[in-house]
Write a protein that binds this ligand. Structure first.
Ligand SMILES: N[C@@H](CCC(=O)N[C@@H](CS)C(=O)NCC(=O)O)C(=O)O
Length: 254
């Protein structure tokens, strides 16, 4: 899989007949769908796009040009991570990722909703730090506290049960990125082990889930990408090995 992000003017790669996800390597919403595809052991192609110079064809799959978008049949798209993930779970039920109990599904959604405050505090801290207010830091820790309490209350390894489900994969991409904040000088966003023992144990278990291991990035990688974006020159291709160019070996003088 190439980590190169396609941009305006680039051709849409040929469809291989598999499901295809349009994503951006550092996008937490796209990661949600990648994790669900991985956990359900579905075959898929991944196409990364440059969000500052979007290829024209992304709008055929996602009307606002946002990622993720899923090409579920040749030329036909579904956009928005939550819509994609529920579709995948219902369309491919072999490995179910949601509870069969409607109340538990509602509780999962309420948890995601309550976590949203932490997410928006993260975005401000990471990308618009001058607008950061003390109540946002409070909201961040409030969100983490609610999450930790719920993990404790459910008493299972993951929120979904013995294995992670949609609720875990929806929240995880943000937890992964929260750990970049102290590296960006935002020490007040540290997820302290002494305060968040249950949560940090949960995060450790999540990091070891094969679906996550195959895609997760280290905090310093997220920090580097964030720094490039803040500077106004998002380095989308920083993981693309083909972008690292090699010097041609010089001809030996005879
Ligand atoms: N609610 C959407 C949000 C997706 C989203 O905002 N994606 C960002 C990248 S992380 C995006 O595509 N931004 C480009 C744009 O807004 O034009 C989802 O869950 O899929």
């Amino acid at each position: 899989m190439s980590e190169k992000h396609l941009q305006t003017g680039d051709d849409l790669p040929a469809n291989s007949g598999k499901l295809r996800l349009f994503a951006m390597r550092f996008c937490p919403y796209a990661e949600r769908s990648v994790l669900v595809l991985n956990a359900k052991k579905l075959e898929y192609d991944l196409v990364f796009i440059n969000l500052d110079h979007k290829p024209e064809w992304i709008f055929n799959f996602s009307p606002k040009g946002t990622v993720p978008a899923l090409e579920y049949e040749a030329g036909k798209g579904i956009f928005d991570s939550n819509i994609i993930n529920v579709y995948l779970d219902e369309k491919y039920p072999d490995i179910p990722l949601q509870s069969s109990d409607p109340l538990r599904r509602a509780q999962d959604k309420m948890l995601v909703e309550q976590f949203a405050g932490a997410q928006s505090a993260y975005y401000t801290a990471a990308f618009n730090a001058q607008a950061l207010q003390p109540d946002m830091v409070e909201n961040y820790h409030k969100g983490l506290g609610i999450l930790q309490k719920e993990i404790e209350f459910r008493g299972t390894k993951f929120l979904h049960g013995d294995e992670p489900g949609l609720v875990d994969f929806t929240i995880w991409p943000f937890l992964e990125r929260f750990e970049a904040l102290p590296l960006l000088g935002k020490a007040e966003f540290t997820i302290d082990k002494s305060k968040y023992k249950v949560l940090t144990n949960y995060m450790e278990a999540m990091r070891n889930v094969p679906a996550i291991k195959a895609y997760a990035l280290a905090p310093d990688t997220h920090a580097k990408f964030t720094e490039s974006r803040i500077k106004g020159d998002a380095n989308y291709n920083m993981l693309d090995s083909s972008a690292v160019c090699c010097m041609r070996p010089r001809k030996k003088k005879e």
